[in-house]
Ligand binder design. Structure first.
Ligand code: FES
Ligand SMILES: [Fe+2]
Length: 396
């Protein structure tokens, strides 16, 4: 995004602030809760949104050096990301080709991988290197037993993987020019991991994305964390399947007293980018974050992944302290505030207490995202709401 576009966003925020109004979409929307609770829809989403499309599953910073590896997942498919001696990233299914055991957990640096079950070993390039008692197998049975490689594209510090070996990944096509430009501007190659969280969560995966798409909740849910520093004039950018929420910091008001030519290079607002289907990335030159909510076994469960990264090249004690401070703040906000409240919504929905939800014009990015979902799977909201009308009568 060029300077003129960034300045235009700041001016729009200031104009809305002057007029004491919020940015709003054209429509508000009542919609069904099956998108959070219906098992058949949930399974369809896994297939259509996750297993047939490339996914943003890591930053370069998750395995930056030759020999580094990082074990993660797409839905429940275990993925092993490895950086070879040549610095090139590869993705494999994280499963031994003998009888399927997972080869690596977490992250680290290694010349290869050894299966804990019967000791088969693999190189960083996925090749099967050694098999104890090799004579127990016919040679042709071992000829094609390297790790199964998945298509991967890495650029501007961001790693995309397709969960099918026969899939296609095109980085530029995935992001499109505008979102690709926003990602490039972060200089993510220069960051390194600071904080990490990965655990089961009692939410549908979409609640975690919804939380990053609107600022309507910020003063109420985050009154002591990220709320106080944030102005209420959030802006909403639409990039097709991806959306961006612009969160202005209160210092942006200082720009009113400064001629535009003298505005700083980094303007006082941040982007939260929801990357289809479930990755949320954003931050600033001080701290970057990465969030994914991998669908679990049931609609109301997911594995919640939240990671933070600080600047690396030219890092000082001061930048490291800032990255740690921001990590603590973001972890508290995400885990103790956002996720707790999202779980509450999920549990009320499953308890039969919520016939429908209504999204307002300040939740414009949520409306766009959920309508994109419905379009992709041919979901009929009117029919679903009719059904929930019957539900409401039955409950009376
Ligand atoms: S399952 Fe890996 S060596 Fe047997
Ligand atoms: Fe939040």
């Amino acid at each position: 995004m060029d300077r003129a576009e960034r300045v235009a966003i700041a001016k729009r925020i200031l104009e809305f602030n002057d007029r004491d109004i919020d940015e709003m979409g054209d429509i508000s929307w009542e919609t069904d809760i099956g998108r959070f609770t219906d098992k058949a829809r949930f399974e369809l989403e896994k297939q259509e949104f996750f297993l047939k499309r490339p996914q943003l599953i890591a930053y370069t910073a998750d395995f930056p050096e030759p020999g580094d590896y990082y074990a993660t997942e797409i839905v429940s498919k275990p993925i092993l990301l490895v950086r070879g001696k040549d610095g090139k990233a590869k993705a494999f299914l994280n499963a031994c080709r003998h009888r399927g055991v997972k080869l690596a957990e977490g992250c680290g640096n290694s010349k290869g991988f050894s299966c804990p079950y019967h000791g088969w070993t693999y190189g960083n390039d996925g090749a099967l290197l050694s098999v104890p008692s090799r004579a127990a197998f016919e040679p042709e049975q071992l000829a094609e037993r390297g790790l199964i490689e998945l298509p991967l594209a890495e650029k501007h510090g961001v790693v995309l993987v397709h969960p099918q070996p026969s899939g296609m990944v095109d980085w530029d096509e995935f992001f499109g020019p505008e979102m690709g430009g926003i990602i490039a501007d972060y200089d993510l190659e220069d960051f390194r991991l600071v904080g990490e969280y990965r655990a089961p969560a009692r939410i549908n995966w979409k609640h975690a994305v919804d939380g990053g798409l609107e600022g309507y909740h910020v003063p109420y849910l985050h009154p002591t964390t990220v709320g106080p520093g944030t102005l209420r004039q959030f802006m909403h950018l639409d990039f097709g399947l991806h959306q961006t929420l612009v969160s202005p910091m209160k210092q942006i008001l200082d720009l009113k007293n400064i001629p535009e030519e003298e505005w700083p290079e980094t303007l006082p607002y941040g982007f939260t980018n929801a990357i289809f289907p479930n990755t949320v990335v954003g931050g600033s030159k001080h701290i970057m974050f990465f969030q994914r909510s991998e669908p679990g076994a049931e609609p109301g469960t997911c594995t919640y992944i939240f990671r933070t990264y600080g600047p690396h090249k030219g890092a000082t004690e001061e930048t490291r302290a800032m990255a740690q401070y921001m990590t603590d703040l973001l972890m508290k906000t995400a885990l103790e505030e956002d996720m707790t409240i999202q779980s509450s919504a999920q549990i009320q929905m499953e308890a039969g207490a919520v016939p429908s939800i209504v999204l307002g014009k300040r939740e414009v990015n949520l409306i766009r995202m959920h309508q994109n979902h419905d379009r992709l799977i041919g979901h009929d909201v009117a029919a679903a709401l009719n059904k929930s009308g019957e539900f409401a009568e039955a409950a009376e």
